[in-house]
Design a protein around this ligand. Structure first.
Ligand code: DGL
Length: 279
């Protein structure tokens, strides 16, 4: 199938984390039709082997391609690190945008030269991230303190954005980094912007900068679509925004609630099962 400017954009995450990216895409490109895919039945990805993530991501890309998506946003740092190269190899014609922890913007912001990076174990131990860290450390001299936040994406998946357990977990991860003089915190997992308030509370210092790359990802998507003549034309006549549909391998009710409470959006949500191929 050939894609055209009115084809939808697929946005995908292990769960609800990608909504922190979708909100920027929706705000920047309101005319675009969006298909959101949450692999919540298999979340979290962060502590799973790379080969398992690659298989899931390829199967989900295949699913979204059946709806003729013109672009795929891998709105998950862990999936980007593990599988974006495999997606690009398998679908060379597809426009693909990934997310990675914002080390470069953080290096430009820090005054103390110490930056904390909160991400999943999978992201931090990936070759892709290690290369990025090495490159930015060499060019800026910034000291990156890496913190794998095991369990945190799970708390967010459970919609525990304000529970005592989540606050204690965030405190346990963030406080030691502050004691080492970090003044900038990279949100290296797309779930974490939803507990920004807990992170700032745990940091307990004025002037802390949080770095989230959601907006930059939306701008990169816009550039890429523009370059390929694939930006949706303005819907001048009906003034209706683009369509929004969502799929999940977990609970449809939970995803609908997340859309409503986090983004004030009400897409139709469909529960689906995704079989992982043996490829
Ligand atoms: N939202 C994902 C990320 O950005 C990971 C969460 C998970 O562990 O599934 O890395």
């Amino acid at each position: 199938m050939t894609v055209v400017a009115s084809s939808p954009i697929g946005i995908f995450d292990s769960g609800i984390g990608g909504l922190s990216v979708l909100r920027h895409v929706h705000a920047l490109l309101p005319d675009e039709s969006l298909l959101y895919f949450a692999d919540s039945g298999f979340a979290p990805y962060g502590e799973k082997p790379e080969s398992v993530i690659v298989a899931r991501v390829l199967a989900i890309a295949e699913f979204l391609l059946q709806s003729n998506v013109k672009a795929l946003v891998v709105a998950c740092n862990t999936a980007t690190a593990a599988a974006i190269a495999a997606v690009r190899t398998r679908y060379p014609q597809l426009q693909v945008v990934g997310v990675e922890p914002g080390l470069k913007p953080a290096a430009a912001l820090t005054q103390t030269g110490v930056v904390a990076v909160l991400a999943t174990e999978g992201t931090l131990t990936s070759e892709k991230f290690q290369k990025l860290q090495q490159q930015i450390t060499q060019s800026t001299g910034v000291n990156f303190l890496l913190q794998a936040c095991n369990g945190l994406a799970d708390q967010i998946e459970k919609a525990e954005l304000n529970s005592r357990e989540t606050a204690a977990m965030v405190q346990r991860y963030v406080a030691p980094l502050m004691a080492k003089n970090a003044d900038t915190i990279v949100l290296g997992c797309t779930h974490y912007p939803f507990v920004e308030h807990l992170i700032l509370e745990a940091a307990a210092k004025p002037g802390i900068c949080l770095v989230d790359t959601g907006e930059a990802v939306a701008r990169q998507l816009e550039r890429l679509l523009n370059q390929h003549g694939l930006l949706h034309p303005e819907r001048i006549e009906d003034h209706e925004p683009g369509a929004l549909l969502a799929y999940t391998t977990g609970s449809g009710k939970a995803l609908a609630t997340a859309f409503r409470t986090l983004l004030k959006l009400q897409p139709a949500v469909t529960e689906v099962a995704i079989e992982v191929g043996k490829a």
